[in-house]
Design a protein around this ligand. Structure first.
Ligand SMILES: [Zn+2]
Length: 282
């Protein structure tokens, strides 16, 4: 079984008369979905008690929970103070994740800024090793830390870079954001063969098991020559990528990723579309 669900509840949550996160698990389940991603994009601002209360609701409704670590993390920074803060943001995200009762934390690897790209990757890998050692020491290695493919060429997080990072430790898995990959290649995903090539490359790079269990972010995304501009909805017919051939690839490769929809406002409805479509072509 593949699990599908939204990142954040989207516009229909309020339209259905809800405003509090505590009501989200039951609502998600009522929509026929399986999971929810809680974004700490602008910072980890959830107390232990609140997180545990939400976690109890997620568990009671059988909705799996994952978290997205803050967007401002840059594991390739050469600033030691910033590096320490980044470790803290990931650590705080993981503690909140555990209080929520989940076991997947996604993060954006970072940017070289003015550095040479390879130098930046080497800094990032060194910092990842320190982070991972800390996570083992604090018994936080029982979660999956998911490294996302990014939408702008200027960001670290192309396919090869994510493979290189994820290969560092068993607790690391890929988060393939196909909208991001399509954006950074200015429309490089045009059907089944393109999806199959990407999945094949990841299987060769990190092994079948990590791909079978990987994280996916899916949305249609507008791009310019430099890559990602903004997230769209499934109404888009210009930028893509299309989900349907990816659903076929899930079946062909017999993989069971955790699929999170990041559409702009319609993420709940678009998740449900993906779930129904995937199940309809069995
Ligand atoms: Zn992300």
């Amino acid at each position: 079984m593949i699990k599908f669900g939204p990142s954040g509840a989207g516009l229909s949550f309020a339209a259905d008369g809800f405003s509090k996160t505590i009501d989200a698990p039951k609502w998600i389940k009522g929509k026929g979905l399986d999971l929810f991603e809680y974004s700490f994009g602008r910072g980890v601002r959830i107390g232990e008690e609140t997180a545990k209360a939400y976690g109890a609701e997620f568990a009671a409704n059988g909705v799996e929970i994952s978290v997205h670590a803050p967007y401002f993390i840059n594991m390739a920074t050469d600033d030691e103070v910033k590096a320490e803060n980044n470790h803290k943001y990931i650590n705080d995200s993981i503690i909140a994740l555990k209080n929520l009762g989940g076991n997947r934390c996604v993060f954006h690897p970072g940017s070289p800024l003015k550095k040479d790209r390879r130098d930046a990757m080497n800094i990032l890998l060194g910092r990842m090793d320190i982070l991972i050692e800390d996570l083992y020491e604090n018994s936080h290695n029982d979660i999956l830390l998911s490294v996302e493919t990014m939408g702008k060429q200027a960001q670290l997080g192309d396919i090869d870079e994510v493979i290189e990072i994820v290969s560092r430790d068993p607790m690391l898995i890929p988060c393939i954001d196909f909208g991001h990959l399509n954006s950074r290649t200015c429309g490089g995903i045009n059907g089944y063969d393109d999806y199959a090539k990407i999945i094949d490359k990841f299987i060769n790079g990190v092994g079948f098991e990590k791909v079978d269990n990987m994280h996916i972010h899916f949305s249609k995304i507008e791009y310019s020559a430099k890559g990602e501009v903004r997230h769209l909805t499934f109404e888009d017919e210009v930028f893509g990528p299309d989900f349907e051939p990816l659903a076929k690839a899930f079946h062909e490769f017999n993989i069971h990723p955790y699929v999170v929809c990041e559409s702009a406002g319609t993420q709940t409805e678009d998740s449900l579309y993906m779930k129904n479509y995937y199940n309809s072509i069995k």
